[in-house]
Design a protein around this ligand. Structure first.
Ligand code: IPD
Ligand code: CA
Ligand code: CA
Length: 266
């Protein structure tokens, strides 16, 4: 498949931004209102009516405006792999547990691939009205201004972030040994509950690094491109490419990447 024309990439980016803002507006309106909340894979794996409403809004618009594209959306509204050139990977509400508790840290994440290559990424945090976006080869931005990763060069000064999968109560692969090593070595470690925002905060220099296990494609599809276009590095915990299903990721400012790989591997 050939490289897409810049004009088409720009169109895809503009649509992703519009959709992220529209879904974000729904989240802002429904924040701290009474919600219907249910569980998915585990009791702690929540979904609200707002996750579903945001997904429906995004998927229906895409089906109308870009009927030929493939869509992968977390809540099951679309799961297509029809061999289309463009594929939209959507987390309609990343940070659902936060949203359900009224904790102000959640977003919409939309990543778009062309011929399997991450080409556009948009993450919108509605309460802060912060929109992160990136285009392959075109840099990364926050609210339209170019962003870069931090230049901190020691783990001791680094602020890191991580998260835990919903099987943390019953799986032995629970990320706790990695957390212990990071807490003992880093300047600080946060667990804020939205993988997509964590990645954007690496991209704009708020965090020096972020790692997590057992994520999904929709958690990282936008954020990986945003980190890389901001000058950062992403990999699995062995230093190879992040698996497409997001099951293992380290994102960093690049400078600290090898040190963090060594630290997390133990
Ligand atoms: C979750 C968040 C969280 C991470 C979990 C994800 P969701 O996504 O990104 O930070 O620790 O692993 O599943 O369920 O809120 O979309
Ligand atoms: Ca998610
Ligand atoms: Ca989600």
């Amino acid at each position: 498949m050939t490289t897409p024309h810049l004009a088409e990439v720009e169109q895809v980016r503009a649509l992703a931004i519009r959709l992220a803002r529209e879904a974000g507006a729904v989240q802002r309106r429904r924040y701290e209102t009474a919600l219907q909340i249910s569980s998915k894979s585990r009791a702690i794996d929540l979904v609200t009516e707002v996750d579903r409403a945001c997904e429906q809004l995004i998927v229906e618009t895409l089906r109308r405006e870009r009927p030929g594209d493939d869509i992968l959306a977390e809540e099951g509204g679309a799961h297509e792999d029809g061999g289309a050139a463009w594929r939209w990977i959507i987390d309609p509400l990343d940070g659902t547990v936060n949203f359900a508790h009224g904790y102000p840290f959640f977003c919409v994440s939309i990543g778009v691939e062309h011929a399997g290559i991450r080409t556009v990424g948009v993450v919108y945090e509605p309460l802060r009205d912060e929109l992160f976006d990136a285009m392959r080869g075109g840099g990364a931005r926050r609210n339209g201004e170019a962003i870069r990763v931090s230049t901190a060069a020691t783990v001791q000064r680094a602020l890191l972030a991580t998260g835990f999968a919903y099987d943390v109560h019953d799986s032995p692969v629970d990320n706790l040994d990695l957390l212990t090593r990071a807490v003992k070595a880093a300047g600080g470690v946060r667990r804020d509950g939205s993988a997509a925002i964590d990645l954007c905060y690496v991209a704009c220099g708020r965090f020096e690094g972020y790692w997590e296990l057992k994520l999904h494609a929709w958690d990282v599809a936008a954020g990986i491109l945003i980190v890389e276009e901001a000058g950062g590095r992403t990999s699995d915990l062995a230093g190879g490419p992040v698996p497409a299903d997001g099951r293992e990721i380290l994102a960093s400012n690049g400078i600290l990447h090898d040190d963090l790989l060594r630290l997390l591997r133990g």
